[in-house]
Design a protein around this ligand. Sequence first.
Ligand code: ZN
Length: 296
Amino acid sequence: MKKTIFVSLSIALAITGTALAQAPAAPPPAFSTTKVEGTDNVYIFRYQNHQAMFIVTPAGVIVTDPISYGRPQAAKAYLDEVRKITQAPIKYLIYSHHHYDHIAGGKPFKDAGAVVVAHKRAKDRLAALKNPDVIVPDQVVDRKRTIKLGGTTLELVYTGRNHSDSSLVMLLPKEKIIFAVDFNSLGAVPSRLAVNDSYPVEWEASLKRTLALNWDRMIPGHPGPGGRLGTKQDMEQQLAFLTELSGEVKKASDVGKCFDPATKEVRLPKFGTLQGYEQNIEWNIHRWCGYWGRGI
Ligand SMILES: [Zn+2]
């Protein structure tokens, strides 16, 4: 009996020791606010795996994407974070595109006086969907709109259909920074959700138009690897991936291989090291097969 207790104790101690030695690092906090390096007034608010840009000027604040789908506490935390920096009025809330995971939960900003701006197709869709957690835009953008506030210029540019049909690129010309969401994943293959509501071929054209704008850093809607910002090189890589995907799927489609066996046979080994390649390549082929094989 005594021996048994001794053995059990030893095992318990050994397990505790191992557990201590291998204790995982504490998870990152639920949200964070960081000022973008080299700027006077451009910030990133991150809540779990979503993020949005906001700009603070003496005349007021421009916020983007409330990122509060199913979690109203995110918009509250977002507004609290802005209020730690400035008491200036919230002038604008701008949506990157119409998907709920980025734009639901804007009520606290609307209540604080923000004018809600989005691409015109985002307004059409959101007005029809009538989701109780989504504020319908007050103002719309067609091709382009420039907002000037307190010495800062922000251009809202529509570069065509891509991951959605309502994506606005938000360009800060002085800072050469863009906020662009979900149509350029840094070093990764687009996920299943990213290609669900997407526009093959037009997506590539949109990337080319976005690359032609004058910027050198991109704030993504989901944090990049290690929280880094995107570059034109990332966007060129995404364009190269989509171009090759499209070409290979078209070849398969032309010999009757869509959807099967194309989803199993088409592979792009050149891009095999991109994050999420194995998990997502079949979803990408499926979407492009729909386009080339069925005209959808
Ligand atoms: Zn989206």
